[in-house]
Every structure is written in structure tokens, then in C-alpha cells.
Design a protein around this ligand. Structure first.
Ligand code: CA
Length: 247
């Protein structure tokens, strides 16, 4: 069964949520502050993270940014703020969904299930597969998980990406992509809607950083957009962050 990392500093609420999650069969790991959450992410590699926005010391946004530097598991933000700008910002730092307090436990559980289902569909393997259900769980240690992911063809709208054959097609026509362009496209179709920072893309696709790397990412994105034709507009620029595929 899936492991949930629950990060919430209000102990009563944290324990209440934990009880409901366990009732649904999840394994729950609790953190009451940001730094502990980051440590537990490395120790437990949770399948999903429920992350409160307002935490003492290091807030949920900062935690989210840090997790996203090297992990792709779904993150559900809890927030008491309902301003639209905050919501957008939460998603732009790499959160996948959010729930505004006060929320019902039923709603929260439904969101968690939906996030895990999405990961499962992406990987086309059962949630109980744990790490295998999140093929890109870690930039550092993804090599073996990637081998599993590489056997799965991903279909997203008119796009079809076959990592094993290294072939991408648009409406059935093969796209003429360079290896880097292919890897970028694969990452986007595996995680539609997810915003990727330029730093993440460089580390993930190129494997190292160097001066001017942001321009390199931008150049590759521009070429990839052009090759995708009308669909190129679906790779959108996230201001101050990077890029995401909206499809
Ligand atoms: Ca809080």
C-alpha cells in the first residue's frame, strides 16, 4: 500500500488526518516541521506528500521547492489562504493539487486517491508497486526505475511517446527529434501539468550545470515547440520557474 508523508504542525489536525489515511489503508509518516519533512522524504521516499502551507520556520512553499529539486512524487498542499495568487504560486513551485482549509476528510482522501491514481496511470503499474509507480522518484537514484519506465508507451492526446524505441509520434507521424528534445518531451508527457524549473531540466536531461544553461534549455524548448507545430503552444512558460505541458 502507498506511503503518505503528512506534514502539518497542528498536532491535533495532523493526528486526525493520519487516522483517516490509515483507515483507508495507507502507511503514514508524520512531520511537524519543514526540515524534518525533507529528511523523511529521503528516508521513506513517500508515494505522495500532503504538505501544509503554514509551517513554523520553513513554510510549505519552501519545502515544496526543495522536494521538487530532486523528486517527482505528487504533492498536495493544504492552505488556509484562498487568494488566487497563492494557489497559482503553490502549483508553480511544483505542487500538484491543493485543498483549502477547512476541508472535509472525505474530500482530502478523494484528492489523495486521485493523485495516486494519476501516478499509477502514468506508470501503468499498480500503486502497490511503490517506487515503481513513480518512475522518476529521484534524479540521483532513478537509473533502475527508469529501466522499468522505459518499457511503457505514453499516450497524451495526439502525442505518443515510446521510450523503449525512442520514437515519438504526433497524429501518427514520427517526430524528428534530437535525443535531448526527445527526453524533454518524454518528461513532459509523463507529467502533464507539472511545472519544471530550468535547473531541474538541466540536471535531469543534461546531468550537469554550466554557465548559460538556462539559455540551452530555452533553445531546446523553442526547437521542440516548433517541431510540435500547433501543439507547441501546449508547452507553456511558467514565469520565473520554467516550463510545463498543458495537454
Ligand atoms: Ca499549519
Amino acid at each position: 500500500m502507498a506511503t503518505v508523508l503528512l506534514v502539518e504542525d497542528e498536532a491535533d489536525l495532523c493526528n486526525l488526518i493520519k487516522g483517516h489515511l490509515e483507515g483507508d489503508g495507507y502507511t503514514v509518516v508524520q512531520a511537524f516541521d519543514g526540515p524534518t519533512a525533507l529528511t523523511l522524504v529521503e528516508q521513506h521516499r513517500p508515494d505522495v506528500i500532503i504538505l501544509d502551507w503554514m509551517l513554523p520556520g520553513m513554510d510549505g512553499l519552501a519545502v515544496c521547492r526543495r522536494v521538487r529539486q530532486s523528486h517527482l512524487m505528487p504533492i498536495l498542499m493544504l492552505t488556509a489562504r484562498s487568494e488566487e495568487i497563492d494557489r497559482v504560486l503553490g502549483l508553480e513551485v511544483g505542487a500538484d493539487d491543493y485543498v483549502v482549509k477547512p476541508f472535509s476528510m472525505r474530500e482530502l482522501l478523494a484528492r489523495v486517491r486521485a493523485l495516486l491514481r494519476r501516478v499509477t496511470l502514468d506508470a501503468q503499474s499498480p500503486v502497490s508497486g511503490g517506487q515503481a509507480a513513480e518512475p522518476l522518484a529521484s534524479v540521483a537514484g532513478a537509473a533502475s526505475a527508469e529501466a522499468d519506465a522505459a518499457t511503457t508507451t505514453i499516450v497524451r492526446g495526439p502525442l505518443r511517446v515510446d521510450p523503449a524505441m525512442h520514437v515519438a509520434t504526433l497524429d501518427g507521424a514520427e517526430l524528428d527529434l534530437t535525443p535531448k528534445e526527445f527526453e524533454l518531451l518524454q518528461l513532459f508527457v509523463e507529467h502533464p501539468g507539472r511545472a519544471f524549473s530550468r535547473e531541474f531540466l538541466v540536471e535531469r536531461i543534461w546531468g550537469y550545470e554550466y554557465d548559460g544553461f538556462e539559455r540551452t534549455v530555452d533553445t531546446h524548448i523553442t526547437r521542440l515547440r516548433k517541431k510540435l507545430g500547433p501543439l507547441g503552444d501546449k508547452i507553456i512558460t511558467v514565469w520565473g520557474v520554467g516550463y510545463r505541458l498543458v495537454l
